[in-house]
Design a protein around this ligand. Structure first.
Ligand SMILES: Nc1ncnc2c1ncn2[C@@H]1O[C@H](COP(=O)(O)OP(=O)(O)OP(=O)(O)O)[C@@H](O)[C@H]1O
Length: 233
């Protein structure tokens, strides 16, 4: 399980007058479940990039169990992400030409950790997710099936945290609910911290804590624990 701590975070690009993300403080305990909401351009993807280490902070700190991502080299950040963070991206990032099972196993194979147990777990996850044809080429699957493959791939190594960016965005209500069930169930049964970015009210309402971003600032936190960003940066 992984606990997240953000301190004094400010992200600014060369061509932006103001920071696109300003978070004075945000804590998510190990095993916590957080929904990030907000309108287009409010900073949600920037926040995901910060907590996954895809965006290296030049101001402030993003720590998982005390490890400050900005202190890691690029290679070490990649390894940290592969070992501890299960990422589910909105557009799946699956590889056409590979079967469903091979897609689920690909990151583990690239990290050279695709042991026999890992393959068995991939097959077990497919069964639990209702994906019966492990050799089906992924490009022939429905969007709901593809998203379930993407979730299975993200959780294969029992990551300390699952981060899902709009996991139900392109799915109909039924498929979206199925993916939400899987994510919440897995996070709970396997003790993963869960962070979900979503516009989907049905999904967001199922998470115990929700923050809303506006212009890169947290304007609402159901935990009421964040300190408002100071000044008028
Ligand atoms: N590389 C960049 N250079 C300059 N500005 C950027 C860059 N990346 C993001 N921004 C700006 O930062 C702000 C926040 O963008 P971000 O993608 O985090 O928003 P979002 O809430 O995820 O939006 P959406 O829901 O539309 O994906 C936007 O104003 C965007 O234009």
């Amino acid at each position: 399980m992984m606990a997240l701590t953000l301190d004094d975070v400010s992200v600014r690009y060369a061509d932006t007058a103001k920071p696109v993300l300003t978070i004075a403080s945000l804590d998510l305990p190990a095993g916590g479940q957080l929904a990030i909401t907000g309108g287009s351009g409010s900073g949600k993807s920037t926040l995901v990039n910060v907590i996954t280490g895809l965006e290296r902070l030049r101001q402030g700190h993003a720590r998982w169990n005390g490890t400050d991502l900005a202190t890691l080299s690029e290679g070490a950040r990649d390894r940290f992400r592969a070992a501890h963070i299960g990422l589910v991206m909105q557009d799946f990032h699956l590889f056409p030409g590979l079967s469903a099972l091979d897609n689920i196993l690909l990151p583990a194979r690239l990290s050279r950790v695709a042991t026999t147990e890992c393959v068995a777990r991939a097959q077990d996850l497919m069964g639990r997710f209702g994906l019966e044809r492990s050799q089906q080429p992924v490009e022939t699957m429905s969007r709901g099936e593809m998203q379930r493959v993407a979730v299975a791939r993200a959780v294969l190594r029992k990551p300390g945290v699952i981060i899902a960016d709009e996991p139900t965005a392109s799915l109909d209500v039924e498929a979206g609910a199925a993916v939400a069930d899987l994510l919440l169930d897995l996070a709970e049964t396997e003790g993963s911290t869960l962070v979900v970015v979503s516009h989907d009210a049905r999904l967001v309402e199922r998470l115990p804590r929700r923050i809303e971003l506006k212009n890169g600032v947290i304007v609402h936190d159901t935990a009421g624990s964040h300190k408002p960003a100071g000044g008028d940066a």
